[in-house]
Write a protein that binds this ligand. Structure first.
Ligand code: SAM
Length: 521
């Protein structure tokens, strides 16, 4: 579970021991030595930048941070600061690298761990000096340079420490000017990805999308309609109960940003003032909600509304047999349960991710509402036989390039080396199996990805329609008003293409998504 910033504050003044513990009583472990937000952020970044051993997978800096013992022992405010430092360093990494290059007369080694450590510390320092106005510059430089003395095993020589100190001082003098005159927000995206987006959406929209990914999006939650609060609340909408639970003080128009907002699509935006660990937030343990971005709610809503249009009036919609073919960690399965579907199969290939799905459904009190299958969706058949299912939600594995605001690493990840081809092939097989073997004639498929690459969305659907040549499937287009707030995302073909940063109000923070709805003929 992630933690999130409780506001744009700096770290607490304590610099070593985790909150509430007497520094004298602590054993000198890595945890205590590195227990400052700047150190935890720098160490995690270094671990992600470190040269890879043979067959080793690249490490993700934010995941390293969440495993860092010192980080886990920090108080909420320091954790939020460490996370903000690291995620900003990750998001802005292209611009930061470009500015730093002006101060480094020769490139630093990518193979020597001590040099990698210095580069990570320089990035964390530059992040504060260039992008975090609220942090006093003197403290930013001093405390960041100090990190070079804090690693339990990597020793940095005094001349190197002096060098890092000099670079950060230089940055403080004229770094902002260099940033503004020589860099662009597009520097933070892999050049291949930026080219693809510009080709698909144009330069101006691409900039808007990348700018949106530079901000950490607020957290949105979906209401569990199966949750029953206290007796008094029985008549009240669950989303309103949640909204009230997160309200501190009186709602105020002047402070709308800090008031929980109920969106027309049905989810609630949690204000940024609610900090700390998500699992400790109100009504979480009671199972009243789960975290879900507004875009991610669209596929299940699309399936529900598509089935409603298609089934005969004497068949209750909640009796329809629906399949969530790529289901973990379960956001959309939970939504199908919450909508009242009672005949759900949730299929998932990964055993580890299925555990998350099970835990989530259990917390939400939904474990009885669906059958879980740990299987390959390309080979799975319904119990009632081939082509017997009313609706399939296919939220396919994809590049996740629409999630830049929450997972900045997706913007810089290279999709070379066959990774994209592999994803495209899996998507194609899952689509073909759904149409050929799972759906019944007249059944509805909703195909969705959280990708901003048209190859994974529009092009997959175009190929399917071409292949079927008017005999296999047809588009069941989205209609204005069907998904409140998303009319502007309906394309000419009748798909939904959600671009981050483009919609108004809280929907500005939507993840990038593609959703298509088809009817099997
Ligand atoms: C985009 S995620 C699904 C997210 C999920 N629908 C939710 O809302 O929480 C894609 C999932 O597909 C799973 N997956 C990948 N290949 C699969 C396959 N061949 N069959 C079934 N699941 C697969 C991945 O493990 C991953 O959990």
């Amino acid at each position: 579970l992630s933690t999130r910033p409780s506001g744009p504050k700096g770290p607490s003044t304590r610099s070593t021991a985790p909150n509430g513990k007497n520094p004298k009583n602590l054993i000198q472990s890595t945890a205590t030595i590195s227990a400052t937000p700047r150190a935890a952020a720098s160490f995690s970044l270094m671990e992600a930048m470190a040269p890879l051993k043979k067959n080793q997978k690249p490490k993700i800096a934010l995941r390293q941070l969440e495993r860092n013992q010192a980080f886990l022992e920090m108080d909420t405010r320091d954790r939020a600061f460490a996370r903000m430092l690291l995620s900003t360093a990750e998001r802005r990494h292209g611009q930061i690298e470009k500015v730093l290059k002006k101060y480094l007369h020769q490139p630093m080694s990518k193979d020597r761990i001590s040099e990698v450590f210095c580069q990570a510390v320089l990035r964390i320092g530059a992040t504060q000096l260039l992008f975090m106005d609220n942090i006093p510059k003197y403290a930013a430089i001093k405390e960041t340079v100090e990190v070079l003395r804090k690693h339990p095993t990597i020793k940095i020589s005094q001349p190197k420490i002096n060098f890092v100190n000099a670079v950060l001082r230089g940055l403080n003098e004229d770094g902002t000017e260099i940033l503004e005159t020589t860099t662009s927000v597009l520097d933070n995206v892999h050049p291949w990805l930026a080219r693809e987006w510009i080709e698909s959406y144009g330069e101006s929209t691409t900039r808007t999308m990348v700018e949106a990914a530079m901000e950490e999006s607020p957290i949105f939650v979906s209401a569990n309609q199966l949750y029953r609060g206290c007796d008094d609340d029985k008549e009240e909408n669950v989303a309103e109960i949640i909204q009230r639970a997160f309200l501190v003080g009186e709602p105020s128009l002047d402070d709308a940003k800090n008031t929980p907002e109920l969106l027309p699509i049905g989810c609630v935006r949690i204000p940024p003032t609610v900090g700390g660990t998500v699992s400790k937030w109100p009504l979480y343990q009671e199972g009243a909600w789960w975290v879900q971005n507004p875009s991610a709610t669209l596929p299940a809503l699309a399936l529900w509304s598509g089935l409603q249009q298609e089934i005969s009036s004497d068949q209750p919609i909640n009796e329809c047999h629906v399949v969530d073919l790529c289901s973990a960690p379960g956001g959309k399965t939970a939504q199908l349960c919450s909508m009242g579907f009672q005949n759900i199969d949730a299929v998932e290939l990964s055993r580890t991710r299925t555990k998350l799905l099970q835990e989530n459904l259990k917390r939400l009190g939904m474990q009885e509402n669906c059958n879980i299958h740990i299987e390959d969706g390309r080979l799975w058949f319904p119990d009632l036989g081939r082509n017997s299912v009313d609706g399939v939600l296919l939220d396919a594995p994809c590049s996740a390039t629409g999630l830049g605001s929450r997972h900045p690493d997706v913007l810089t990840k290279s999709l070379d080396g066959g990774l994209l081809e592999e994803l495209l092939a899996t998507q194609k097989e899952l689509i073909a199996h759904t149409v050929d073997c799972i759906l019944k004639p007249g059944g509805i498929m909703v195909y969705a990805t959280c990708s901003l690459l048209q190859q994974e969305g529009e092009h997959q659907m175009e190929r399917l329609l071409e292949k079927s040549g008017g005999n296999g499937v047809e588009i069941l287009p989205f209609m204005p008003g069907e998904l409140p707030g998303f009319d502007d995302c309906i394309t000419e073909e009748g798909w939904l293409r959600v671009l981050p940063g483009v919609l108004k109000g809280s929907l500005h923070f939507c993840d990038g998504f593609f959703v298509a709805r088809l009817r099997k003929l």
